[in-house]
Design a protein around this ligand. Structure first.
Ligand code: PLP
Length: 427
């Protein structure tokens, strides 16, 4: 077993000191908590329920929907996609007017891939990597097939399944690259690309850049305008705690808004939707990226989730996130490395997002035992990854060590052996 210089009781003392000095420690009281013994490490997939969202949703349903009915469109709802977009813009370093809340990440990505390729009609390559989230790759391929203008998708390989090398990326960029589109941090390994540098290199090659920040927004400070990012999308139900299926965000750099010609076009992107013109005239603003009627009840809680992140401060969130991951890795070396687990994420905190993956040949049975019996909720990603998301607003350093203890116990007491290899519909 690989040991570091600290004993387990040193680690326990360290965790307790870190919790005592944690400026974000009280934020956990602002979230709904069911079983107090349950450790929830899946906030990178579906964030916890903010108590404010629970309370406000009851009012919204009763007063805005129940009493206000159709009048609430004008009074509360019509501007919600841009109002919440402007609020979220502050978190990612965008200007007001560059972000909107709409549809899913998948749909927004599709809209922006089409738009980007229409801006650069003579270039025929789209560059991405094999650590991208599957929906992104399906969407890119679907968009290229629909355009049918001879584009190809170039996918960079990963040597270790954890990272993508920057030099491979540099070599792949060329005068035919129209668009670079990548997810960061990556959904399995949590690898954080060098966003600023990669954006600059892509621009030097004359390409546009579209980032999927689903695993970054709310846990990593972003500076999209400072880095001159062209486009970005991302989920709001992870670290922003927007709720299951809450609509995604879409960012377009101001300089491109007038050039957006996405599909599917719809009446909500029209300059004046309520004149019901038969001819489409796109809005001059980011609203042109809308297609159909926004999902209001799913969208409104994003405001309360973003509010919590703003109150906590994204820099403090990132610092705590790095600390949680680093403590986990120290405890992993101490307690788990000898039990058949392998680290599936970068060790360096600066190269990692908010989650850490560990791998084990029995990962699926371990995952079932943890969730069904040991009150530890991570998620499982094929073929052998257990993903542990340390959402800084409601995860303590003590939680991290307790999670390690349960991950050890499930092997040492052979608890996983009771469970089947038969995959559930959702993991
Ligand atoms: C990186 C990334 N991109 C896209 C998606 C898909 O988002 P949606 O289902 O909202 O389209 C996910 C979902 O987890 C994701 O992690």
């Amino acid at each position: 077993m690989k040991k570091n210089d600290l004993t387990w009781s040193d680690l326990v003392a360290l965790a307790s000191r870190l919790d005592d000095n944690d400026a974000l420690g009280d934020f956990k009281t602002l979230f709904y908590r069911g079983d107090p013994d349950e450790i929830y490490l899946d906030g990178n997939s579906l964030g916890r329920l903010p108590l404010e969202s629970q309370r406000r949703l009851e009012d919204i349903v009763e007063y805005q929907w129940g009493s206000g009915l159709i009048r609430s469109w004008g009074a509360h709802w019509y501007d919600a996609p841009t109002r919440i977009g402007d609020q979220l813009a502050g978190l990612i370093g965008a200007h007001p007017g560059e972000v909107i809340i709409a549809d899913s990440t998948t749909i927004n990505l599709f809209k922006l891939v089409i738009s980007a390729l229409m801006i650069h009609p003579d270039r025929k390559e789209v560059l991405s990597d094999v650590l991208n989230f599957p929906t992104d790759l399906y969407t890119i391929r679907g968009a290229l097939a629909m355009l049918n203008r001879g584009h190809t998708l170039v996918l960079l390989e990963s040597k270790d399944g954890i990272r993508i090398s920057l030099s491979d990326y540099q070599h792949a960029l060329n005068e035919n690259t129209a668009l670079v589109t990548i997810s960061t941090p990556t959904f399995k390994s949590g690898f954080l690309h060098d966003i600023a540098l990669m954006t600059r290199l892509a621009h030097e090659a004359g390409a546009l850049v579209l980032w999927d920040f689903s695993h970054a927004v709310g846990v990593i400070p972003l500076d999209v305008d400072g880095w001159d990012v062209d486009f970005a999308v991302g989920c709001t139900y992870k670290y922003l705690n927007g709720g299951p299926g809450s609509p995604a965000f879409l960012y377009v750099n101001q300089k491109h808004i007038a050039k957006i010609g996405h599909q599917p076009i719809g009446w909500w992107g029209h300059r004046t939707p309520f004149t019901f013109d038969l001819a489409y005239q796109p809005a001059d603003s980011i609203r042109r990226t809308l297609s159909g009627t926004p999902s209001i009840l799913s969208m409104l809680p994003i405001e309360f989730g973003v509010d919590l992140v703003q109150k906590a401060g994204i820099e403090r969130i990132r610092e705590k996130s790095k600390g949680l991951g680093s403590l986990f890795i120290r405890a992993f070396d101490h307690r788990l490395a000898g039990l058949g687990y392998q680290l599936g994420s970068p060790r360096e905190a600066g190269q990692r997002g908010g989650h850490v993956s560990i791998q084990h040949p029995e990962a699926y049975r371990i995952y079932q035992a943890l969730t069904q019996e040991l009150k530890l909720i991570p998620d499982f990603r094929e073929p052998d990854n257990i993903r542990l998301g340390f959402a800084p607003l409601y995860t303590s350093f003590e939680d991290v060590l307790e999670a390690v203890t349960r991950l050890a116990r499930v092997i040492e007491d052979r608890i996983y052996e009771k469970y089947t290899l038969q995959r559930a519909k959702v993991t």
